[in-house]
Design a protein around this ligand. Structure first.
Ligand code: MN
Length: 284
């Protein structure tokens, strides 16, 4: 193992890849990614045992979590014969739990963390609630090169383009193992690969989906359903991830985790000028 900055590179062995998701261990997108990535290196699939879309970066801190090895052959099909080893585990927890358990215990250190391929896009401000990105965050904060990847359609998603992209990125990393660290949010249009116009490096757009709330039942039986089904057209111009995807381009957004609004610090300081005096005089 060699340390480059905060990236640990296992230069003497095959590329080691952790693959996780938020659609669950049986999701077709996860196995499309496994099939593609095992062309580039060893793949360790560690994913929630059920659908967990929309849980963001949440973690299970109050109950113990069960991890079970699952059959790879069953998911990869009868012609299962891969150039590199593939192992798979299901986790009775969130996407974030899966990534943490993999990196801290079940798998150990890796050369690349991939979360996806998610069924449906993860764009703009919405990545805050994305389980796909929520899992990826746990790779990124541990200093691993990390990719969250989604395709632009929930109905009949086409995983081919995204899978091919992962294979190429994996091979590139395997060939030159040292290089920049990164945290990428990739969205691939759900169309045939031949129809993809290009690959564009983008910034996050604004809010992409709004929520609607539906009331169900009366009295004690009253319940509410929250759905994320209202498209919002906020900051979706050229240069954004949303624009790229709508225009049949693969969108690659480099992410960082700092949410602080430095441009506003002076204004807020002004707003709070009088506060220390009021706090100190509170007991009078
Ligand atoms: Mn999902």
């Amino acid at each position: 193992m060699v340390q480059y900055g905060n990236i640990t590179v296992r230069s003497d062995e095959a590329l080691k890849i952790l693959l996780t998701n938020d659609d669950g261990i049986h999701a077709p997108g996860l196995w499309a990614a496994a099939r593609a990535l095992c062309q580039a290196g060893e793949v360790y699939v560690v994913a929630p045992d059920r659908e967990q879309s929309g849980v963001g970066a949440s973690l299970t801190l109050h109950t113990p979590i069960k991890v079970q090895e699952v059959s790879v052959a069953q998911h990869l099909g009868a012609d299962y014969d891969t150039p590199h080893e593939v192992k798979a585990y299901s986790v009775e927890g969130t996407p974030g739990d899966s990534c943490i358990l993999a990196l801290e215990q079940v798998v150990g250190s890796v050369d690349l963390v991939v979360s996806g391929i998610n069924r449906g896009s993860n764009l703009g401000w919405d990545i805050i609630v994305s389980g796909t990105v929520g899992a990826a965050i746990q790779g990124y904060v541990r200093g691993y090169r990390t990719i969250a990847i989604s395709v632009g359609s929930v109905q009949n998603p086409q995983f081919e383009g995204a899978a091919r992209l992962l294979e190429l990125l994996g091979r590139q990393l395997a060939d030159s193992q040292h290089g920049a660290n990164f945290f990428l949010n990739i969205n691939v249009p759900s169309i045939a690969l031949q129809q993809v116009v290009g690959v564009q490096v983008t910034r996050l757009g604004g809010r992409s989906y709004g929520e609607s709330v539906r009331e169900d039942g009366i009295g004690e039986q009253k319940r509410y359903w929250i759905s994320r089904n209202r498209p919002v057209q906020a900051d979706n111009g050229e240069g954004t991830d949303m624009w790229a995807l709508t225009n049949n381009r693969i969108s690659v957004t480099p992410l960082q985790l700092s949410l602080s609004n430095e441009a506003q610090m002076a204004d807020i300081k002004d707003m709070l000028t009088d506060l220390p005096r009021q706090l100190l005089n509170y007991q009078d």
